[in-house]
Design a protein. Sequence first.
Lengths: 509, 513
Amino acid sequence: MNFDFRQMVLTLIFLAPTAAAVIILLTPKDKTMFVRVVAATATFISLALAIFTFLTYDRNVAGYQFQALAPWVPSLGISYHVGVDGIGLVMVLLTGIVGFMGVLISWNIKDRPREFFAFFMLLVAGVFGVFVSLDLFLLVFFYELSIFPMYILIATWGSTRKEYAAMKLTLYLLVGSIIALIGILAVYFSAQFQPGMLPEGMTRTFDLLLLQQANIPIEVQRIWFLPIFLGFGVLAGIWPFHNWSPDGHVAAPTAVSMIHAGVLMKLGAFAAIIAMRILPDAAREQMPLVILLVTVNVVYGAGIAMVQKDFKYVIGFSSVSHMGLVTMGFATMNQVGMNGAVLQMWSHGIMTACFFSVVGLIYDRAHTRQINELSGWARYLPLAAVAFIIGGLVSMGMPGFSGFVAEFQIFMGLWQGPFFGQIWYYPIIAILAIWGVILTAGYVLRIVQQVFFGEWDPHKWHDLRPSNFGDKLALITFSVLMIIIGIVPSLLMNTINLGTASLMKLLGG
Amino acid sequence: MTTNQLVLLLILFSPLIAAVLVVIIGKLGDGAAKWSALLFSLVPLALTIYLWIAYQNAPVENGGFKFVFSVPWLPQINSNFTIGVDGISLSMILLTAILTPLGIIISFRITDRLPLFMALLLGLTTGMFGVFMALDLVIFFIFWEIGLVPMYFLINQWGSANRRYASFKFFIYTMAGSIGLLLSIQFIWSALGTYSMPQIAAQWPTYTGQSVLGIPIETVKNITFWLFVIAFAIKVPVWPFHTWLPDAHTEAPTAGSMILAGVLLKLGAFGFLRLVLPFFPQQAAQFAPILAVLALAGIVFTAFAAFGQNDFKRLVAYSSVNHMGFVVMGVAVAAAAMGNPEYKQYGIIATNGAVLQMFAHGLSAAAMFALVGVVYERAHTRDLNQLGGLWKIMPVYGGILIFSAMANLGLPGLAGFPAEFQVVSGAWPVFTFITLLSMIGLLMTGAYVLKAIQKVLHGPANRELLHHAEMPDINRREIIALAPLLVLMLAIGVWPYWLMDVINKSVTKLIGG
């Protein structure tokens, strides 16, 4: 086997937090500082490697790069196969950023920091794993690996009905992933290969790149497309399977909410489009139905966010609304819309991580999240206010910020319609979904006015302390990223475009 | 890149850079922040004057624009960062560049987070310049929307009592209008595959290709036309989309009102001239009478509304809607001329008048809001029934107020007159009856302006008010902020040619005479 660094790098990206989890668990209980430093170092290594892959990805060649392939269970066609294309690359970079910032934000966590960071590292490792997997078995393995620590993190370190939320989240996601797994098995057993396509001695395979080229009977595709897409799509919060998400977001501790809404929900969308890759014929038939579901996400999610009383629930429902736009972008079935969807995944990831860190900062000091009890926080935490306002502008699709470029392309995609022919209701969906944007402006302005401006009464709060260096670094990073991508979107778009181009090719466009 | 292109880019982005610098300099203290803000705001002004001189002899490029500069912005959607100017936009850029430093001077007394205030004011300037310069629809939309953010915070943070409601209303109204604009822009893209404004103007009017939803393409064009119209009508504002304006103007801080009335409203009228007329000549001609009726309603109803106000600032705010009505009237005549060659010459006259009115109203409205601010700062009330007899106490102020009010009213010799005169004389042959009715509005304009002067300057002084408030005359700083406006009003009134020459060529090109 050839130990080329370019082949190793993706493995190292998820091994770093895994190793950190082991080291942390072996550390004595009282060495909190050591635990933090190990966690920060590990996520920083992953981030650095993610940046390295992003910068050195050969954009002239495109396709899956940094691939590593080793047999795992050859008799069943399971292999260890990792690699990233333009879409995975952007998601790995996002995970690197949010993971590292998540550690910084939870720096001062008091309750059992050792266990917290250990599980957090496992969660990050699992998320990285999904984004780099090119073998469906491996992908499902990492997928489950990221759900398990989630349960413990919420149930132990969470707040507000945490046991209920943790249980609900786990059951929803588990059921979804099992249905998706059954679908994958159906595909696995029915895929027909040209002679010579499979390696020696293999009759079946979980390898994504091979399954993409396999001939899968149209009946199988029709039956199993929606189960796989929606099974993973539960994690992307597709209506009516979104119900776990706001409860989960709210109950989770800050760093977990950041990873959860910022990255984990993208993992759902990312895994769901696997169904489009391996079942392209059914995707062409059935994605126009999926778009009807997510239209509800976009408008209903924003409407519900508008009437929430709990600060964190507003953000939770806003995620439902924005993730609806992601799936909507993929369901436009053309490249512009899909470009928008991937950029929306990135943009929403950064934005919502920023939102949850701000909510966490305030909650740590105020010990309440009731919107009408909070006011004037811009006076005490000006940086948090600025970061929240920038995030809010991103979420309402204000031009000049990353959300606009993403949503603009998604709506362009709706106008353009699927590549294989117009569908009459796509323009109507554009007209309906745009109301989600107006509602978003409404709830963002409402929060900004109530929570950050208005009267500031320092005597009302007993636990005031300034934000620390890590918080500031995270908020500044998020804000700068949201603005830069809004002004120079081609930094990411040129990479995303390569990934969606190959996806479109698979779909036959 | 030529020098002139570089100058154009500098005009566009120097205020944004300045905004960042002012926040940083602001750490040294408010004094440093305000003087540096003023200094920075003079940069685009100087550059604009340079460009104004260079404009005359510059070669005309792509689509009748000069100094066109283009780089790819987002190749995936075929959008380029393209900017350039013609006579109409250059005169609006000049107006913006003049009003910004004056707004900064008038805000020198602000004590609450002054560096941030100045930064928002400067950031807003970049947004407005961008709208006037953009030659790509996405870039146009970006600048169109981004200006909302600083204005929202200027009203929301530094406004008076009812500021939250007013800023929210302003934001949601404009945003709702923009949504239709966004969808129509994208619809045009899905048909033509380009966002370039000159290209769309060349192709879209004769486009007969695919349709959506089985609706005939003509109907679809009519719908997109109305979505464009509504987006811009909200900004102008055209009656009945004006209800956000009195609230926003009244609650905004003085400099905010100056920029809002002086420039932001012109963005809407500019949108009509830059996008609606070239993209939709047939629809414009077809619906021109409706526009004219809306303009008439704006002129007459809001003149009565202004007369009924007891809040000085609200009165001036309604007068803005009233005066912008004449701009809309000019646009309506131009729209009618788009379909009827006989009307071309009238269309050119009326549109010249409309653009001049945009400039003239920019000056007089900014001056009026500054003057309201001067009184409010001293008396802490804007209630016309509480003011009175100020001419004796503040004689210089009284003189300036009368001068500005007369310019506002359209007194010959001052800027408003040649503007409204051209609009009316262009409109008369086209919409005779409507123009006749609009004279009622002109009459009421005289009435409300005189009411304001009388209530503020004449009559017995309110003793109780004087007892509580110190009422020194208008000071040097305020005079410096107002003097350029007064000089320009007079200069345009007496010799409009220097401005008209630049405007006229582009207007002629637009109407196609």
